[in-house]
Design a protein around this ligand. Structure first.
Ligand code: AMP
Length: 780
C-alpha cells in the first residue's frame, strides 16, 4: 500500500508536505481487521488518531443495555479518535469494522508534531471536531454517553500508565540524608520491576535491600557515600540474577521525590538548570531534605545524561490552598520588620500520596474526582490529613514544616507556640527544642515506649495507661480534623485511610470513625476488621447505609511519581513542538468579569414574572451571551449587593459568580470553581422584582479560565480542561498560574479574570495575554 499516495488523496491530509507525510507515516502503524472486530472500545484512552484506508466501519453509541442510540458509518479516508485527543476523555463509542478493513493508527502526538504545523490540515481537523462537538451538545443521549465513558475506563487517571504509547522504563528515586530508595517501573507491567533501599549510608552499619520480581536479598555492604550508593543501585538494577534490565541506559526517564518546592513549584517540573536552582532556593525551608533530594538529582544527571528527569514535590498538590488556609496569623511584613524570610506560611506535605489516593478513590467510585469532596488521612510515621474539594487540596494539617497538625510517631503536631517560648526561656537551646518536638514527642513522647503504633496498641491492650492515652489523643485529634474539614468542604463524599497505620490498623480506624455517625460516616465493623489492602487495591469499609464512603487505599507515592514523570515529560514534548511561533504570535484578549448571575428558566420566572424574557443591554464576546437589562439583588446573611446583572442565555442551573471582596460583604464562603461545577457551593437568596429565590447552593468564585475554540486549542497544542499559566502583557508582565482551559466551538478566544485579581494587578479590559505553558492535564 502506498500510504503517502493514499493520505494525499484524503480530505484531511491532502495539504501535508512530503516531509510532514513522512513523519506521520514513520510514526504510525497500519492494522487490518475482520468484520465484527472492534477497532476502538468505548472507555479506552484516546491514544491514536485513526484513518480508515479500506473497508467500512461503524461508530456505535449504545446505552447501558446495549441498545443503539446513534451510529455513523466510516469509509475510506475518514478520521476517528480525534475527540478523545481533544478532550483527554476516553473514547465514547465503539468503532467496529463491518467489512474487512485496513486502517492507520497515528500516535496522538502527531497532532502537535505534524498537524499543528500545517494550518490547512489543522483547519480541516478543527472543523471536524467542531462538527462532532456540536452534534454531541445537541443530543442529550449522546452527551450522556460521552459523560459516562469514563466509567468504562478502568484507569481514567492513568495510575496504571495506560496512556503510554509504547512501554517505558521509569526509575523513581527518593534520596534522604542517609538513604537511597529506588523503584523501577515498566509502564507495561502492573508492579514495579524492582525496588531497593540502601540505608545508613556513611556509617558502618550500611545495608542494601533489593526486591525484584525474581527474588529478594539483603546485603550488608559498605556504602560510604552517595556516589557509591548510586553505583550499588546501578549494579543491582543490571545484575543478571536479581536485576530487571541489561544496561542502565534502558531506563527512559527518572522521577525524583523532592520534599519542598516552596511556592515556586505548583506542579511537577522537568529538571533543567533553572529547576535545580529553584530546588536549591527552597533548601532553607527543608534543610534536612532538599539538599539530599538535590544530590540525587545531580548524581542521576551524571549516570543518565540526556534522559528526561522530573522533580515531583511533596508540597505541589497543596499550592492552590486559599490564603485563609495557608497564612499564619502573624505579621505579613516580617521581612521589613524583623529581617527574616517571608516564607513563613503553610505549604503542606504528603501531597503526592494525598493526590494519589483521591484519584484512586474516584476511580473506585466510578466518579470524576472533579465532582467529589474527599478527606484523605495519611497516617504513617509522619501523619497528615487533607481536604480535597473537587480535585484541589483546599487545606491540610501539616504547615510550613511537617511538624504541624496530627500527633505523629515522634513529632508533636499542633502545639501552642507559647510553649516553645516557655521552653526557650527555661534554658533549652534551639537545638534541644528542635530535637524535643521532632524526635522525642508524639506517640514516643507520650508513651515513653515507642513511636510504633503496633507496640503502643499492644501496650494499651495490656493495660498501659500512657499507651491508652496516646491512642486516645491520636484518634481524638484526627477526629477533630475530620469534622473541621467536613465543615471546610461543606460535606464529604469519601473518607480515605492510607499509609502504615491507616492501612493496617482496624482499631485506629474504628476509634476515629466512632461518634462521627452524625456527619454521615458509618463504618462497617466486619468490613473494617477484614480489610487488608495490598498496593493497587482498595477496600470499602463503610456500612451499607453510610452517606459517606469510607475507603482504605494503600499508599503508593512511587507509582504517582512515575506517573507524574511520564506526564510532565509528555507535556513538555507538546510544549516544545507546538509552542514557539504560536506562543509568540497569538494574543488573548482579557475580559474582567464582575459579579453576574446565570438563571435557570424556573428561577427567572419566579424573580421577574411568568412570560418575561431577557432584554439585551450589550453583547458579550462569547457567542449567544449578552448582559441583560434585568438586575437583581443578592442577599447574604451579612449584607446585600444590589443591581447585579443577569447574563443570557438562560441555563439549566442557576449560578451566581462573585468576587472574594463581595463574599465578605455578603458574609458567605464561596468555593473557587469552574462554571457549572456547583455541588456543595455556597447558598444565597436572590431578590427580583416579582419574587425571591433561596438557593441552597450555586454561588461560586469563578476560577480563572480561558475560552477557546477547537481550532485555537489545536494550534496551542492544548486540550479541553488543561491547566495553563499565562502572562498578561503590560509594562511589566503579570503571570497567572492555574488557569483552566475550556474548549467549545461556540467560544471566542478570551481570558476571564475576576475583578479583584484584575484590580490588584492593575489590569484593564484592554489588556491581552499569552499562554506561557501547560501546567498540568488531568488525562494524558
Ligand atoms: P509508614 O510511615 O507509612 O510506613 O507507617 C508506619 C507506621 O504504621 C508505624 O507507626 C507503624 O507502627 C504503623 N503500622 C504498621 N502496621 C500497623 C498495624 N498493623 N497496626 C497499627 N499500626 C501499624
Amino acid at each position: 500500500m502506498d500510504l503517502k499516495a493514499f493520505l494525499t488523496s484524503t480530505h484531511y491530509f491532502s495539504d501535508l508536505s512530503d516531509s510532514e507525510l513522512n513523519t506521520l507515516i514513520e510514526a504510525s502503524t497500519v492494522e487490518e481487521c475482520r468484520p465484527g472486530q472492534k477497532i476502538v472500545s468505548r472507555g479506552q484512552p484516546g491514544r491514536f488518531l485513526f484513518v480508515l484506508i479500506t473497508g467500512k466501519a461503524e461508530v456505535n453509541f449504545t446505552d447501558t443495555l446495549g441498545a443503539k442510540l446513534f451510529s455513523a458509518t466510516l469509509k475510506s479516508g475518514d478520521v476517528f479518535g480525534e475527540m478523545s485527543i481533544m478532550t483527554g476523555e476516553p473514547e465514547a463509542a465503539d468503532v467496529v469494522a463491518v467489512e474487512p478493513s485496513q486502517y492507520i493508527a497515528a500516535p496522538r502526538d502527531m497532532f502537535s508534531q505534524v498537524i499543528v504545523g500545517n494550518p490547512a490540515a489543522l483547519h480541516k481537523i478543527a472543523a471536524l471536531i467542531t462538527k462532532r462537538m456540536t452534534q454531541k451538545e445537541q443530543n442529550e443521549a449522546l452527551l450522556a454517553q460521552y459523560k459516562s465513558s469514563r466509567q468504562d475506563n478502568p484507569d481514567p487517571y492513568d495510575l496504571n500508565f495506560s496512556s503510554a504509547l509504547k512501554p517505558a522504563k521509569i526509575l523513581v528515586i527518593n534520596c534522604g540524608s542517609s538513604s537511597l530508595k529506588y523503584s523501577l517501573f515498566d509502564t507495561s507491567n502492573p508492579t514495579p520491576l524492582i525496588e531497593g533501599l540502601i540505608e545508613k549510608i556513611g556509617t558502618n552499619a550500611s545495608y542494601h535491600k533489593v526486591k525484584s520480581q525474581k527474588s529478594e536479598i539483603k546485603n550488608e555492604t559498605a556504602v560510604p557515600d552517595f556516589p557509591k550508593a548510586f553505583l550499588e543501585m546501578e549494579t543491582a538494577l543490571t545484575d543478571s540474577t536479581i536485576g530487571a534490565i541489561a544496561a542502565f541506559d534502558e531506563i527512559d526517564a527518572v522521577g525524583h521525590r523532592v520534599v519542598h518546592g516552596g511556592d515556586k513549584f505548583k506542579n511537577s517540573a522537568v529538571i533543567t538548570d533553572e529547576v535545580i536552582e529553584g530546588i536549591r532556593q527552597c533548601i532553607p525551608l527543608a534543610p534536612l531534605h532538599n539538599p539530599y533530594n538535590l544530590a540525587g538529582v545531580e548524581e542521576m544527571r551524571k549516570h543518565l545524561p540526556g534522559k528526561g528527569a522530573v522533580a515531583v514535590f511533596d508540597t505541589a498538590f497543596h499550592q492552590n490552598m486559599p490564603e485563609s488556609a495557608y497564612l499564619y496569623a502573624i505579621s505579613r511584613d516580617l521581612g521589613q520588620i524583623y529581617h527574616v524570610s517571608e516564607n513563613i506560611r503553610r505549604y503542606g506535605f504528603h501531597g503526592t500520596n494525598h493526590n494519589y489516593v483521591s484519584l484512586t478513590a474516584a476511580t473506585y467510585l466510578k466518579r470524576s474526582v472533579r465532582e467529589l469532596r474527599i478527606i484523605s488521612c495519611h497516617l504513617g510515621n509522619g501523619a497528615s490529613i487533607c481536604a480535597i474539594d473537587h480535585g484541589t487540596s483546599v487545606d491540610t494539617s501539616m504547615g510550613m514544616t511537617p511538624l504541624e497538625g496530627l500527633a505523629m510517631g515522634t513529632r508533636c503536631g499542633d502545639i501552642d507556640p507559647g510553649a516553645l517560648i516557655y521552653l526557650l526561656n527555661s534554658g533549652l537551646s534551639v537545638k534541644e527544642v528542635d530535637n524535643l518536638l521532632n524526635k522525642e514527642s508524639g506517640l514516643k513522647g507520650l508513651t515513653g515506649l515507642s513511636n510504633d503504633m503496633r507496640e503502643i496498641l499492644d501496650a494499651a491492650d495490656s493495660g498501659n495507661d500512657r499507651a491508652k492515652t496516646a491512642v486516645s489523643l491520636f484518634c481524638y485529634r484526627l477526629k477533630k480534623y475530620i469534622a473541621a474539614y467536613a465543615a471546610v468542604l461543606g460535606g464529604i463524599d469519601a473518607l480515605v485511610f492510607t499509609a502504615g497505620i491507616g492501612e493496617n490498623s482496624a482499631a485506629i480506624r474504628g476509634r476515629v470513625c466512632h461518634g462521627l455517625e452524625n456527619i454521615g460516616l458509618v463504618i462497617s465493623k466486619e468490613a473494617n476488621e477484614k480489610a487488608k489492602v495490598k498496593r493497587g487495591h482498595i477496600e470499602e469499609i463503610s456500612a451499607a447505609g453510610s452517606q459517606i464512603k469510607i475507603l482504605v487505599v494503600a499508599a503508593d507515592e512511587e507509582r504517582m511519581i512515575a506517573r507524574e514523570t511520564l506526564h510532565a515529560l509528555n507535556i513538555a514534548k507538546v510544549r516544545e513542538a507546538a509552542a514557539p511561533e504560536v506562543k509568540a504570535k497569538r494574543q488573548i484578549p482579557v475580559y474582567i468579569t464582575g459579579h453576574h448571575v446565570h438563571l435557570c428558566e424556573k428561577d427567572f420566572a419566579t424573580l421577574f414574572g411568568e412570560g418575561k424574557t431577557l432584554t439585551k443591554k450589550h453583547q458579550l464576546r462569547q457567542q449567544l451571551s449578552f448582559v441583560a437589562e434585568e438586575t437583581l439583588t443578592l442577599s447574604g446573611p451579612l449584607g446585600k449587593i444590589e443591581n447585579v446583572r443577569v447574563v443570557a442565555p438562560l441555563k439549566t442551573e442557576t449560578q451566581v459568580e462573585i468576587s472574594r471582596t463581595e463574599e465578605f460583604k455578603l458574609g458567605i464562603d464561596a468555593p473557587v470553581r469552574v462554571s457549572g461545577d456547583l455541588e456543595g457551593s455556597a447558598s444565597i437568596t436572590l431578590e427580583g422584582p416579582a419574587g425571591s429565590v433561596k438557593l441552597e447552593s450555586g454561588v461560586i468564585c469563578a476560577r480563572r479560565h480561558i475560552h477557546m475554540t477547537p481550532a485555537d486549542a489545536l494550534s496551542y497544542g492544548i486540550r479541553d480542561h488543561d491547566i495553563v499559566s499565562v502572562a498578561v502583557l503590560g509594562r511589566k508582565d503579570v503571570v497567572f498560574s492555574d488557569v483552566f482551559v475550556r474548549v467549545n466551538p461556540n467560544y471566542t478566544l478570551e481570558l476571564h479574570l475576576d475583578t479583584d485579581e484584575a484590580n490588584s494587578a492593575a489590569i484593564s479590559d484592554a489588556a491581552t495575554a499569552r499562554i506561557l505553558e501547560i501546567q498540568s492535564r488531568a488525562f494524558i
